[in-house]
Write a protein that binds this ligand. Structure first.
Ligand code: SF4
Length: 545
C-alpha cells in the first residue's frame, strides 16, 4: 500500500507539502531575465533499483549530473517495497534536497526528475515525479518529452470523470497508467495500453511499490539508457553522464517503443509498441546533452569536434584565431581549429552562476544583457580576424550582441560559424525554443541574418555535414526544426504549446493564434513521412517477459 505521500491525491498531508510550507517556495528568475536566446533542455530523468542501498541518495547524484536538462524543479519518489514517499519542489537539485529530505526518503527503488517546463507552467504543482493512486497501490511517473495529443486526451479523460490536478501532460500518463491498473492489468500491460493512447515524445521512468520501469516512445525522440552496478543493481538515466556519476556501467540505450521492467527477479525487456521511425532529437547531439555523454555509441564531445571539422570544410575562411562561445560552442571550435589549422584560444570568460541568482536585475543591468554572462578577452582578440563558433542561432537576439562584444574588444573581423543548420521550424517534442515567427532563419536569408548580427561572414553546418560528423544516417534522427519534416505527425487542428492545458490558443511566448488554421500557417508544419511499423526486439541477454 502507498502511504499518504501522494501530492496529487492528498496534498494536505504529504511530505512535499510539509517541507514546502516550512521553507517556502524559492522564486526562480524568468528564463529570459538575462538575455536567454538558446533552446531550452526539456527534463532529465533517473531511476534506481538498488536493493540494500539508499535509492534516493543515488538518484540525487544522478539528477545532479542531469541538472543541465532542467533547472526549474526537482523531485524524487522512493519505494521501500511497500510504501512510496515523494519530495519535490522548485529549484535546483541541491536547493530541493538536503540530508533531512534524503534520510526521510527511505527505500531501494526510486525515480527522479529535474524539470524545465514544456507543457504547463513552471510552478510547484507541475513539478515531477507525478504520482497517482489506483485500487492496488500507487504509480509514479517521471517524464521527459512532450505529448502531441494532450488536449484530446485531456478532454476525453475529463469527460470520463477523471480529475486533473496539474496542467502537465505527464499527469495524463500517470492517470492512464492508474486507470489500466484499476482494470486489473499487469504493469507491462498497463504501460503498453498507455503507450497505445499517447502520441509524441516521451522517455519515462516509472515507479510502483516493487518495480522500476523504463519506457521510450516509438520514435525514440528523447534518450534513455540502462546501466548496471557491479552487484547486479540497475539504473536508468536520460544520459550516460549520470551513469558515470553513480559508477554504473552503460548497458545500452533503450530501443524506440521499448519497455524494460526491473524488479527482484532482475531486468526484463517486454514488448511495448512497434517502433515507428527512429528519430532521436538531433539537437541532443549538437547542444542539449552533456559532452561527456554518449549517444549512438560515441562521445558527444568528439562528435561535436567532428561537427566543427565538417563546418571548417564547408565554410573555410582566412583568419587568425578560432574561439568558441562557452560552453557548448567550444568542442566544435576545437574541431574547426584542428581542420583549418587556425590557432584556437579562449575568447570569452563566462559567468557560470548568472542563472542561479535570485536577485532580479534592474532595467540598467538588464540593458547590459549578454555582458552579464560573457566577457570578451581583449588581449586574445584585439586586432585579430576571429572565427567565432557557436551551436545555434534561434531568435538572433544574442548572437549579434556577442559579435559586438568581440568588435568592442578590438577584433578586426568576426566570422560566425554555427555547428547546426538554420533553425527554421518550432519543436513540438519537448524543446522550448520559440514559435516560428520568432525564429530568425524562418523569415531571413543567411545574408540577412549575417547583416542582422553584424558578422563579417556567416556559415551554418549542413544536414549532410551533421550526418558525416556523427557517422549515422540522418534517417535515424529528428531534424524537424531544421527541415520541417516532423517524424511524428503534428495534428494541424490542435494547438500544442507549453500552455496547452491552460490557455489553448496562446503559446508559451505570448503569440496569439485565433484559429487552428492560423497556427497551421504559422508553423508551416510539413506532414510526416509514411511510417513503417516494425517492432524490433533484438536479444540482449535480458529475460523475456
Ligand atoms: S524538432 Fe528539433 S529540437 Fe525538437 S525533437 Fe526534433 S530535432 Fe529536437
Amino acid at each position: 500500500m502507498a502511504t499518504s505521500t501522494n501530492p496529487i491525491t492528498n496534498p494536505t498531508t504529504n511530505l512535499t507539502t510539509n517541507l514546502i510550507t516550512s521553507r517556502g517556495n524559492l522564486p526562480l528568475p524568468a528564463n529570459n531575465t538575462w538575455e536567454d536566446d538558446t533552446p531550452h533542455e526539456e527534463c532529465g530523468i533517473f531511476g534506481a533499483f538498488v536493493p540494500g542501498e539508499e535509492a534516493a541518495r543515488m538518484t540525487f547524484f544522478g539528477l545532479f549530473a542531469l541538472q543541465h536538462r532542467g533547472q526549474e524543479s526537482a523531485g524524487i519518489a522512493v519505494s521501500d517495497g511497500e510504501a512510496i514517499r515523494i519530495h519535490k519542489d522548485m529549484g535546483l537539485v541541491t536547493q530541493v534536497f538536503h540530508e533531512d529530505e534524503l534520510k526521510r526518503l527511505r527505500g531501494h527503488i526510486a525515480v527522479g526528475h529535474t524539470r524545465y517546463s514544456t507543457t504547463g507552467s513552471s510552478v510547484k504543482q507541475n513539478a515531477q515525479p507525478l504520482s497517482c493512486l489506483h485500487d492496488a497501490g500507487t504509480v509514479v511517473v517521471a517524464h521527459n518529452g512532450n505529448l502531441i495529443n494532450t488536449r484530446e486526451l485531456h478532454t476525453e479523460m475529463k469527460a470520463r470523470g477523471i480529475p486533473f490536478e496539474t496542467t502537465n501532460d505527464s499527469e495524463i500518463i500517470a492517470r492512464l497508467l492508474a486507470e489500466q491498473k484499476d482494470l486489473g492489468r499487469t504493469t507491462a500491460e498497463a504501460v503498453r495500453e498507455t503507450m497505445k493512447q499517447i502520441r509524441g515524445a516521451y522517455s519515462l521512468a516509472i515507479l510502483t511499490e516493487t518495480e522500476l520501469i523504463g519506457v521510450r516512445d516509438p520514435n525514440g525522440v528523447r534518450p534513455l539508457c540502462l546501466g548496471r552496478l557491479d552487484n547486479g543493481k540497475w539504473v536508468l538515466a536520460s544520459e550516460t553522464c549520470a551513469l558515470n556519476t553513480v559508477d554504473a556501467t552503460f548497458v545500452r540505450e533503450l530501443s524506440p517503443g521499448e519497455i524494460v521492467i526491473i524488479d527482484r527477479d532482475g531486468v526484463r525487456r517486454v514488448p511495448g509498441v512497434p517502433m515507428e521511425r527512429e528519430a532521436l532529437c538531433m539537437l541532443e547531439t549538437i547542444y542539449f546533452a552533456r559532452p561527456d555523454s554518449e549517444m549512438y555509441g560515441q562521445s558527444l564531445h568528439i562528435a561535436r569536434q567532428r561537427m566543427g571539422i565538417e563546418l571548417a570544410r564547408e565554410h573555410p575562411v582566412e583568419a587568425d584565431l578560432v574561439i568558441g562561445v562557452p560552453d557548448s560552442g567550444i568542442p566544435a571550435a576545437l574541431g574547426f581549429a584542428l581542420e583549418s589549422g587556425i590557432p584556437y584560444n579562449e575568447g570569452f570568460i563566462k559567468n557560470r552562476y548568472i542563472q542561479r541568482t535570485f536577485i532580479q536585475p534592474d532595467q540598467r543591468m538588464r540593458d547590459l544583457g549578454v555582458r552579464m554572462k560573457l566577457t570578451a578577452i581583449r588581449e586574445t582578440v584585439k586586432g585579430k580576424r576571429v572565427v567565432m563558433v557557436d551551436d545555434t542561432i534561434v531568435r538572433g537576439t544574442t548572437t549579434g550582441k556577442v559579435v559586438r562584444l568581440l568588435l568592442d574588444a578590438g577584433a578586426s573581423e568576426v566570422h560566425v560559424r554555427i555547428s547546426a543548420p538554420p533553425v527554421s521550424y518550432p519543436c513540438f517534442y519537448g524543446i522550448d525554443m520559440a514559435t516560428q515567427d520568432q525564429l530568425i532563419a524562418a523569415s531571413h536569408s543567411i545574408e540577412e541574418i549575417r547583416q542582422h548580427i553584424g558578422a563579417t561572414s556567416l556559415g551554418y553546418l549542413s544536414t549532410e555535414g551533421l550526418a558525416h560528423a556523427l557517422s549515422v544516417s540522418n534517417d535515424s534522427f529528428c531534424l524537424a526544426c531544421f527541415t520541417g519534416d516532423y517524424p511524428i505527425e503534428i495534428p494541424p487542428h490542435v494547438m500544442v504549446s507549453k500552455f496547452a492545458l491552460e490557455m489553448p490558443m496562446v503559446n508559451g511566448n505570448g503569440a496569439h493564434y485565433h484559429t487552428a488554421e492560423d497556427l497551421t500557417e504559422a508553423t508551416s508544419v510539413k506532414r510526416n513521412r509514411i511510417l513503417e511499423p516494425a517492432f524490433d526486439a533484438p536479444d540482449n541477454g535480458e529475460g523475456p517477459e
